[in-house]
Design a protein around this ligand. Sequence first.
Ligand SMILES: *Cc1c(COP(=O)(O)O)cnc(C)c1O
Length: 433
Amino acid sequence: MRLRDLPSVDELAGDERLAGEPAALAVEAARAALARAREEIRAGHDPGDLAERAARELSATRRPRLRRALNATGVIVHTNLGRAPLAEAALERALEVGRGYSNLEYDLSAGGRGSRQDHVSAILRRLTGAEGALVVNNNAAAVMLALAVLAEGREVLVSRGELIEIGDGFRIPEVLVRSGAQLREVGTTNRTRAGDYERAVGPETAVLLRVHQSNFRLVGFTEQPSLEELAAVARRHELPLVDDLGSGVLVGLEDEPSARESLAAGADLVCFSGDKLLGGPQAGIVVGRAELVERLRRHPLQRALRADKLTLAALEGTLALYLDPERAAREVPVLRMLNEPLEAVRARAERLAAAVGGEVEQTVGRVGGGALPLAELPSFACAIEEELAPHLREGEPPVVTVVRDGRCLLDCRTLSDAEADEAATAIRAARAK
Ligand SMILES: *Cc1c(COP(=O)(O)O)cnc(C)c1O
Protein backbone atom coordinates (compact mmCIF):
# COMPACT_ATOMS: atom_id res chain seq x y z
CA MET A 1 0.00 0.00 0.00
CA ARG A 2 1.19 3.52 -0.82
CA LEU A 3 0.49 6.67 1.17
CA ARG A 4 -1.87 7.99 -1.45
CA ASP A 5 -3.91 4.78 -1.37
CA LEU A 6 -4.85 5.37 2.26
CA PRO A 7 -8.54 6.17 2.83
CA SER A 8 -9.58 9.53 4.26
CA VAL A 9 -10.36 9.81 7.96
CA ASP A 10 -14.08 10.06 7.21
CA GLU A 11 -14.05 7.07 4.91
CA LEU A 12 -12.30 4.92 7.50
CA ALA A 13 -14.52 6.22 10.33
CA GLY A 14 -17.53 5.23 8.23
CA ASP A 15 -16.38 1.59 7.93
CA GLU A 16 -19.06 -0.87 9.00
CA ARG A 17 -16.82 -2.24 11.75
CA LEU A 18 -17.03 1.16 13.45
CA ALA A 19 -20.74 1.56 12.75
CA GLY A 20 -22.84 2.26 15.80
CA GLU A 21 -19.94 3.96 17.58
CA PRO A 22 -20.20 7.63 18.55
CA ALA A 23 -18.88 9.69 15.59
CA ALA A 24 -16.26 11.52 17.64
CA LEU A 25 -14.75 8.26 18.92
CA ALA A 26 -14.80 6.65 15.46
CA VAL A 27 -13.04 9.69 13.91
CA GLU A 28 -10.42 9.74 16.67
CA ALA A 29 -9.76 6.01 16.25
CA ALA A 30 -9.54 6.39 12.44
CA ARG A 31 -7.03 9.24 12.83
CA ALA A 32 -4.88 7.19 15.17
CA ALA A 33 -5.01 4.15 12.87
CA LEU A 34 -4.06 6.27 9.84
CA ALA A 35 -1.19 7.95 11.67
CA ARG A 36 0.27 4.55 12.53
CA ALA A 37 -0.32 3.29 8.99
CA ARG A 38 1.60 6.25 7.53
CA GLU A 39 4.55 5.51 9.78
CA GLU A 40 4.56 1.88 8.73
CA ILE A 41 4.30 2.63 5.03
CA ARG A 42 7.22 5.07 5.31
CA ALA A 43 9.18 2.36 7.06
CA GLY A 44 8.41 0.04 4.16
CA HIS A 45 5.85 -2.17 5.94
CA ASP A 46 2.32 -3.14 5.02
CA PRO A 47 -0.09 -1.40 7.42
CA GLY A 48 -2.58 -4.28 7.30
CA ASP A 49 -6.31 -3.98 7.78
CA LEU A 50 -6.96 -0.35 8.72
CA ALA A 51 -10.55 -0.74 9.91
CA GLU A 52 -9.49 -3.63 12.10
CA ARG A 53 -6.78 -1.42 13.56
CA ALA A 54 -9.19 1.47 14.13
CA ALA A 55 -11.63 -0.88 15.87
CA ARG A 56 -8.79 -2.00 18.15
CA GLU A 57 -7.91 1.63 18.92
CA LEU A 58 -11.51 2.27 19.80
CA SER A 59 -11.88 -0.68 22.09
CA ALA A 60 -8.64 0.38 23.82
CA THR A 61 -10.22 3.81 24.41
CA ARG A 62 -13.24 2.16 25.94
CA ARG A 63 -11.33 -0.26 28.16
CA PRO A 64 -11.27 0.93 31.79
CA ARG A 65 -7.86 2.10 32.92
CA LEU A 66 -8.46 1.23 36.56
CA ARG A 67 -8.76 -2.52 36.37
CA ARG A 68 -8.97 -5.53 38.54
CA ALA A 69 -5.59 -7.30 38.86
CA LEU A 70 -4.36 -10.54 40.39
CA ASN A 71 -1.90 -10.06 43.22
CA ALA A 72 0.65 -12.88 43.02
CA THR A 73 3.25 -11.02 45.08
CA GLY A 74 2.50 -12.50 48.50
CA VAL A 75 2.19 -8.98 49.96
CA ILE A 76 -1.28 -8.89 51.48
CA VAL A 77 -1.95 -5.18 51.95
CA HIS A 78 -0.20 -4.16 48.73
CA THR A 79 -0.34 -0.37 48.54
CA ASN A 80 0.21 -0.28 44.77
CA LEU A 81 -2.46 -2.91 44.15
CA GLY A 82 -5.28 -1.23 46.02
CA ARG A 83 -4.49 -2.39 49.57
CA ALA A 84 -7.37 -4.39 51.05
CA PRO A 85 -9.73 -6.37 48.78
CA LEU A 86 -13.24 -5.97 50.15
CA ALA A 87 -15.39 -8.63 51.75
CA GLU A 88 -18.48 -9.74 49.83
CA ALA A 89 -20.69 -8.30 52.58
CA ALA A 90 -18.98 -4.90 52.20
CA LEU A 91 -19.44 -4.91 48.42
CA GLU A 92 -23.11 -5.78 48.79
CA ARG A 93 -23.63 -2.80 51.06
CA ALA A 94 -21.91 -0.44 48.60
CA LEU A 95 -23.95 -1.80 45.71
CA GLU A 96 -27.24 -1.44 47.55
CA VAL A 97 -26.58 2.06 48.86
CA GLY A 98 -25.04 3.25 45.59
CA ARG A 99 -27.81 1.97 43.37
CA GLY A 100 -30.52 4.23 44.73
CA TYR A 101 -31.08 6.99 47.22
CA SER A 102 -30.15 6.47 50.84
CA ASN A 103 -30.57 8.07 54.26
CA LEU A 104 -26.98 9.33 54.05
CA GLU A 105 -27.80 12.63 55.71
CA TYR A 106 -31.44 12.09 56.57
CA ASP A 107 -32.78 11.26 59.98
CA LEU A 108 -35.58 8.81 59.26
CA SER A 109 -37.24 9.06 62.66
CA ALA A 110 -37.17 12.86 62.83
CA GLY A 111 -37.93 13.29 59.14
CA GLY A 112 -35.20 15.90 58.73
CA ARG A 113 -31.51 16.45 58.23
CA GLY A 114 -29.19 13.87 59.77
CA SER A 115 -25.43 13.30 59.85
CA ARG A 116 -23.51 10.92 57.62
CA GLN A 117 -21.23 10.36 60.60
CA ASP A 118 -24.01 8.67 62.56
CA HIS A 119 -24.20 5.45 60.53
CA VAL A 120 -20.91 3.82 61.49
CA SER A 121 -20.36 5.69 64.72
CA ALA A 122 -22.31 3.26 66.91
CA ILE A 123 -20.60 0.14 65.61
CA LEU A 124 -17.17 1.76 65.86
CA ARG A 125 -17.89 2.70 69.45
CA ARG A 126 -18.99 -0.84 70.18
CA LEU A 127 -15.93 -2.40 68.56
CA THR A 128 -13.39 -0.08 70.18
CA GLY A 129 -15.04 0.92 73.44
CA ALA A 130 -14.78 4.61 72.47
CA GLU A 131 -17.27 7.34 73.39
CA GLY A 132 -17.21 8.90 69.94
CA ALA A 133 -16.19 8.00 66.39
CA LEU A 134 -15.77 9.78 63.07
CA VAL A 135 -14.78 8.70 59.56
CA VAL A 136 -12.87 10.71 56.97
CA ASN A 137 -11.23 9.98 53.64
CA ASN A 138 -8.07 8.27 54.91
CA ASN A 139 -5.87 8.10 57.96
CA ALA A 140 -3.61 10.91 56.74
CA ALA A 141 -6.74 13.09 56.71
CA ALA A 142 -7.72 11.84 60.16
CA VAL A 143 -4.37 12.83 61.67
CA MET A 144 -4.42 16.16 59.88
CA LEU A 145 -7.95 16.94 61.05
CA ALA A 146 -7.18 16.00 64.64
CA LEU A 147 -4.11 18.24 64.72
CA ALA A 148 -5.84 21.12 62.93
CA VAL A 149 -8.64 21.06 65.47
CA LEU A 150 -6.56 20.55 68.58
CA ALA A 151 -3.29 22.29 67.82
CA GLU A 152 -3.62 24.91 65.09
CA GLY A 153 -1.06 27.65 65.75
CA ARG A 154 0.30 25.76 68.74
CA GLU A 155 2.81 23.01 69.47
CA VAL A 156 2.59 19.25 69.07
CA LEU A 157 5.13 17.13 70.92
CA VAL A 158 6.43 14.12 68.98
CA SER A 159 9.32 11.80 69.71
CA ARG A 160 12.26 12.03 67.30
CA GLY A 161 11.93 8.28 66.89
CA GLU A 162 8.44 8.73 65.43
CA LEU A 163 9.00 11.38 62.75
CA ILE A 164 8.37 8.83 60.09
CA GLU A 165 7.63 8.67 56.40
CA ILE A 166 4.72 6.36 55.63
CA GLY A 167 5.36 5.99 51.93
CA ASP A 168 5.19 8.02 48.75
CA GLY A 169 6.48 11.08 50.57
CA PHE A 170 3.80 11.17 53.27
CA ARG A 171 5.81 12.43 56.23
CA ILE A 172 4.47 13.04 59.69
CA PRO A 173 6.35 16.35 60.19
CA GLU A 174 4.89 17.71 56.94
CA VAL A 175 1.32 16.66 57.75
CA LEU A 176 1.74 18.31 61.08
CA VAL A 177 2.88 21.58 59.52
CA ARG A 178 0.03 21.45 56.96
CA SER A 179 -2.46 21.18 59.77
CA GLY A 180 -1.20 24.54 61.02
CA ALA A 181 0.50 23.10 64.09
CA GLN A 182 4.13 23.44 65.07
CA LEU A 183 6.30 20.43 65.60
CA ARG A 184 8.23 20.20 68.84
CA GLU A 185 10.61 17.24 68.74
CA VAL A 186 11.39 15.43 71.95
CA GLY A 187 13.91 12.73 72.89
CA THR A 188 16.34 11.19 70.43
CA THR A 189 16.01 8.88 67.47
CA ASN A 190 16.51 5.74 69.50
CA ARG A 191 15.55 6.74 73.04
CA THR A 192 12.70 8.86 74.28
CA ARG A 193 11.36 8.83 77.83
CA ALA A 194 8.21 10.18 79.42
CA GLY A 195 10.40 12.77 81.16
CA ASP A 196 11.38 14.19 77.76
CA TYR A 197 7.74 15.04 77.09
CA GLU A 198 7.28 16.34 80.62
CA ARG A 199 10.17 18.77 80.20
CA ALA A 200 9.05 19.90 76.76
CA VAL A 201 5.53 20.87 77.83
CA GLY A 202 5.17 24.65 77.81
CA PRO A 203 2.49 27.30 77.46
CA GLU A 204 2.29 26.68 73.69
CA THR A 205 1.87 22.92 73.92
CA ALA A 206 -1.49 21.73 72.62
CA VAL A 207 -1.15 17.99 71.96
CA LEU A 208 1.03 14.98 72.70
CA LEU A 209 1.17 12.89 69.55
CA ARG A 210 2.29 9.30 69.43
CA VAL A 211 2.89 7.75 66.01
CA HIS A 212 3.05 4.01 65.67
CA GLN A 213 6.28 2.97 63.95
CA SER A 214 4.22 1.06 61.47
CA ASN A 215 6.62 0.34 58.66
CA PHE A 216 9.92 -0.06 60.51
CA ARG A 217 11.30 -1.18 63.85
CA LEU A 218 14.06 0.22 66.01
CA VAL A 219 16.22 -2.43 67.59
CA GLY A 220 19.21 -2.34 69.93
CA PHE A 221 19.69 0.46 72.46
CA THR A 222 16.17 1.83 72.37
CA GLU A 223 13.54 3.12 74.72
CA GLN A 224 10.06 4.44 74.30
CA PRO A 225 7.58 5.40 76.99
CA SER A 226 4.50 3.25 77.25
CA LEU A 227 1.22 4.80 76.23
CA GLU A 228 0.18 4.73 79.90
CA GLU A 229 3.20 6.84 80.84
CA LEU A 230 2.47 9.30 78.07
CA ALA A 231 -1.16 9.47 79.12
CA ALA A 232 -0.06 10.31 82.66
CA VAL A 233 2.03 13.24 81.37
CA ALA A 234 -0.86 14.41 79.21
CA ARG A 235 -3.31 14.25 82.11
CA ARG A 236 -1.01 16.12 84.45
CA HIS A 237 -0.95 19.01 82.01
CA GLU A 238 -4.55 18.63 80.86
CA LEU A 239 -3.46 18.04 77.27
CA PRO A 240 -4.97 15.57 74.81
CA LEU A 241 -2.95 12.52 73.79
CA VAL A 242 -3.47 11.58 70.14
CA ASP A 243 -2.35 8.13 69.00
CA ASP A 244 -1.81 7.57 65.28
CA LEU A 245 -1.96 3.78 65.05
CA GLY A 246 -1.47 3.59 61.30
CA SER A 247 -2.93 0.24 60.46
CA GLY A 248 -4.99 -0.35 63.53
CA VAL A 249 -6.63 -3.70 64.03
CA LEU A 250 -9.91 -4.65 65.60
CA VAL A 251 -8.99 -8.22 66.43
CA GLY A 252 -5.99 -9.25 68.50
CA LEU A 253 -2.88 -9.41 66.32
CA GLU A 254 0.49 -9.85 67.89
CA ASP A 255 2.64 -6.69 67.78
CA GLU A 256 -0.04 -4.52 66.19
CA PRO A 257 -1.85 -2.32 68.72
CA SER A 258 -5.64 -2.18 68.57
CA ALA A 259 -7.69 0.97 69.00
CA ARG A 260 -9.36 -0.54 72.05
CA GLU A 261 -5.99 -1.15 73.76
CA SER A 262 -4.83 2.33 72.92
CA LEU A 263 -7.95 3.94 74.38
CA ALA A 264 -7.74 1.75 77.46
CA ALA A 265 -4.13 2.86 77.94
CA GLY A 266 -5.31 6.47 78.05
CA ALA A 267 -5.20 7.90 74.52
CA ASP A 268 -7.83 10.61 74.04
CA LEU A 269 -8.05 10.21 70.26
CA VAL A 270 -6.93 7.25 68.18
CA CYS A 271 -6.57 7.42 64.38
CA PHE A 272 -6.28 4.43 62.03
CA SER A 273 -6.80 3.34 58.43
CA GLY A 274 -9.83 1.52 57.07
CA ASP A 275 -7.97 -0.30 54.31
CA LYS A 276 -4.91 -1.72 56.00
CA LEU A 277 -5.29 -4.62 58.45
CA LEU A 278 -8.91 -3.75 59.11
CA GLY A 279 -9.57 -4.95 55.58
CA GLY A 280 -12.20 -2.40 54.56
CA PRO A 281 -12.40 0.52 52.13
CA GLN A 282 -9.99 3.44 52.15
CA ALA A 283 -10.97 5.52 55.15
CA GLY A 284 -9.52 7.26 58.17
CA ILE A 285 -11.17 6.44 61.46
CA VAL A 286 -10.94 8.57 64.58
CA VAL A 287 -12.26 7.22 67.85
CA GLY A 288 -12.02 8.63 71.34
CA ARG A 289 -13.49 11.11 73.77
CA ALA A 290 -16.93 12.29 72.68
CA GLU A 291 -16.25 15.95 73.25
CA LEU A 292 -13.06 15.89 71.12
CA VAL A 293 -14.68 13.84 68.34
CA GLU A 294 -17.52 16.36 68.28
CA ARG A 295 -15.04 19.21 67.84
CA LEU A 296 -13.53 17.36 64.88
CA ARG A 297 -16.98 16.86 63.39
CA ARG A 298 -17.79 20.57 63.58
CA HIS A 299 -14.52 21.77 62.01
CA PRO A 300 -14.71 23.05 58.39
CA LEU A 301 -11.92 20.68 57.35
CA GLN A 302 -14.18 17.74 58.24
CA ARG A 303 -16.44 18.79 55.37
CA ALA A 304 -13.47 18.68 52.99
CA LEU A 305 -12.11 15.39 54.28
CA ARG A 306 -15.28 13.40 54.88
CA ALA A 307 -15.87 9.96 53.40
CA ASP A 308 -18.41 9.38 50.64
CA LYS A 309 -21.49 7.17 50.86
CA LEU A 310 -19.96 4.17 49.06
CA THR A 311 -17.07 4.18 51.49
CA LEU A 312 -19.39 4.47 54.47
CA ALA A 313 -21.56 1.64 53.16
CA ALA A 314 -18.56 -0.65 52.55
CA LEU A 315 -17.08 0.27 55.91
CA GLU A 316 -20.33 -0.51 57.71
CA GLY A 317 -20.49 -3.84 55.86
CA THR A 318 -16.92 -4.66 56.91
CA LEU A 319 -17.38 -3.57 60.52
CA ALA A 320 -20.57 -5.63 60.84
CA LEU A 321 -18.49 -8.76 60.18
CA TYR A 322 -16.36 -7.93 63.22
CA LEU A 323 -19.37 -8.27 65.53
CA ASP A 324 -18.58 -11.95 65.15
CA PRO A 325 -14.76 -12.18 65.16
CA GLU A 326 -14.78 -15.71 63.74
CA ARG A 327 -16.89 -14.55 60.85
CA ALA A 328 -14.49 -11.64 60.28
CA ALA A 329 -11.55 -14.06 60.21
CA ARG A 330 -13.32 -16.10 57.52
CA GLU A 331 -14.86 -13.34 55.42
CA VAL A 332 -12.54 -10.32 55.58
CA PRO A 333 -10.06 -11.18 52.80
CA VAL A 334 -7.05 -9.59 54.52
CA LEU A 335 -7.63 -11.64 57.67
CA ARG A 336 -8.37 -14.78 55.69
CA MET A 337 -5.08 -14.51 53.76
CA LEU A 338 -3.18 -13.67 56.92
CA ASN A 339 -4.53 -16.70 58.75
CA GLU A 340 -4.68 -19.24 55.98
CA PRO A 341 -2.83 -22.42 57.03
CA LEU A 342 0.42 -22.94 55.15
CA GLU A 343 -0.75 -26.35 53.93
CA ALA A 344 -3.67 -24.76 52.10
CA VAL A 345 -1.33 -22.28 50.42
CA ARG A 346 0.99 -25.13 49.45
CA ALA A 347 -1.88 -27.13 47.97
CA ARG A 348 -2.90 -24.14 45.84
CA ALA A 349 0.67 -23.66 44.61
CA GLU A 350 0.88 -27.37 43.77
CA ARG A 351 -2.36 -27.22 41.80
CA LEU A 352 -1.21 -24.18 39.88
CA ALA A 353 2.21 -25.71 39.20
CA ALA A 354 0.62 -28.93 37.96
CA ALA A 355 -1.71 -26.98 35.67
CA VAL A 356 1.05 -24.96 33.99
CA GLY A 357 4.11 -27.17 34.36
CA GLY A 358 5.70 -24.88 36.96
CA GLU A 359 7.67 -25.71 40.09
CA VAL A 360 6.57 -25.22 43.68
CA GLU A 361 8.87 -23.01 45.69
CA GLN A 362 8.81 -21.96 49.33
CA THR A 363 8.55 -18.19 49.76
CA VAL A 364 8.00 -15.54 52.41
CA GLY A 365 4.90 -13.39 52.21
CA ARG A 366 4.49 -10.00 53.84
CA VAL A 367 1.68 -8.13 55.53
CA GLY A 368 2.50 -4.91 53.64
CA GLY A 369 0.77 -1.55 53.91
CA GLY A 370 3.23 -0.44 56.54
CA ALA A 371 2.03 -2.97 59.10
CA LEU A 372 4.06 -5.61 60.92
CA PRO A 373 7.19 -4.94 58.85
CA LEU A 374 9.13 -7.79 60.39
CA ALA A 375 6.41 -10.41 60.15
CA GLU A 376 7.35 -13.17 57.72
CA LEU A 377 4.42 -15.16 56.45
CA PRO A 378 5.58 -18.55 55.26
CA SER A 379 4.15 -19.17 51.83
CA PHE A 380 4.44 -21.12 48.59
CA ALA A 381 4.71 -19.95 45.01
CA CYS A 382 4.52 -21.50 41.59
CA ALA A 383 7.72 -20.68 39.67
CA ILE A 384 7.65 -20.29 35.87
CA GLU A 385 9.81 -18.74 33.14
CA GLU A 386 11.01 -15.22 33.94
CA GLU A 387 10.16 -13.95 30.43
CA LEU A 388 6.44 -14.37 31.11
CA ALA A 389 6.31 -11.67 33.80
CA PRO A 390 5.75 -8.66 31.48
CA HIS A 391 3.15 -10.57 29.41
CA LEU A 392 1.30 -11.52 32.56
CA ARG A 393 1.21 -7.88 33.64
CA GLU A 394 -0.23 -6.87 30.30
CA GLY A 395 -2.79 -9.65 30.10
CA GLU A 396 -6.44 -9.59 31.04
CA PRO A 397 -6.74 -9.72 33.98
CA PRO A 398 -3.23 -8.43 34.67
CA VAL A 399 -1.20 -10.69 36.96
CA VAL A 400 1.48 -9.02 39.09
CA THR A 401 4.25 -11.44 40.05
CA VAL A 402 7.68 -11.41 41.68
CA VAL A 403 10.77 -11.87 39.50
CA ARG A 404 13.64 -13.39 41.44
CA ASP A 405 16.75 -15.39 40.57
CA GLY A 406 15.78 -15.64 36.93
CA ARG A 407 12.28 -16.94 37.61
CA CYS A 408 8.80 -15.57 37.74
CA LEU A 409 7.09 -16.45 41.03
CA LEU A 410 3.34 -16.52 41.62
CA ASP A 411 2.90 -16.42 45.36
CA CYS A 412 -0.24 -18.30 46.31
CA ARG A 413 -0.94 -16.67 49.69
CA THR A 414 -2.51 -13.67 47.97
CA LEU A 415 -4.41 -15.63 45.32
CA SER A 416 -7.75 -17.30 45.97
CA ASP A 417 -8.44 -20.73 44.45
CA ALA A 418 -10.50 -19.12 41.68
CA GLU A 419 -7.77 -16.55 41.04
CA ALA A 420 -5.14 -19.28 40.81
CA ASP A 421 -7.26 -20.85 38.05
CA GLU A 422 -7.39 -17.50 36.28
CA ALA A 423 -3.62 -17.20 36.69
CA ALA A 424 -3.20 -20.60 35.02
CA THR A 425 -5.26 -19.41 32.04
CA ALA A 426 -3.23 -16.19 31.93
CA ILE A 427 0.04 -18.16 31.92
CA ARG A 428 -1.13 -20.27 28.97
CA ALA A 429 -2.14 -17.10 27.11
CA ALA A 430 1.22 -15.47 27.87
CA ARG A 431 3.10 -18.51 26.57
CA ALA A 432 1.07 -18.43 23.37
CA LYS A 433 2.27 -14.88 22.62
C1 LIG B 1 -0.52 4.26 56.82
C2 LIG B 1 -0.33 5.27 57.89
C3 LIG B 1 -0.88 6.55 57.78
C4 LIG B 1 -1.65 6.97 56.58
O1 LIG B 1 -2.82 6.26 56.45
P1 LIG B 1 -3.64 6.32 55.07
O2 LIG B 1 -4.90 5.61 55.38
O3 LIG B 1 -2.79 5.69 54.06
O4 LIG B 1 -3.86 7.77 54.78
C5 LIG B 1 -0.67 7.45 58.81
N1 LIG B 1 0.06 7.10 59.89
C6 LIG B 1 0.61 5.88 60.03
C7 LIG B 1 1.42 5.58 61.25
C8 LIG B 1 0.46 4.92 59.03
O5 LIG B 1 1.00 3.70 59.15
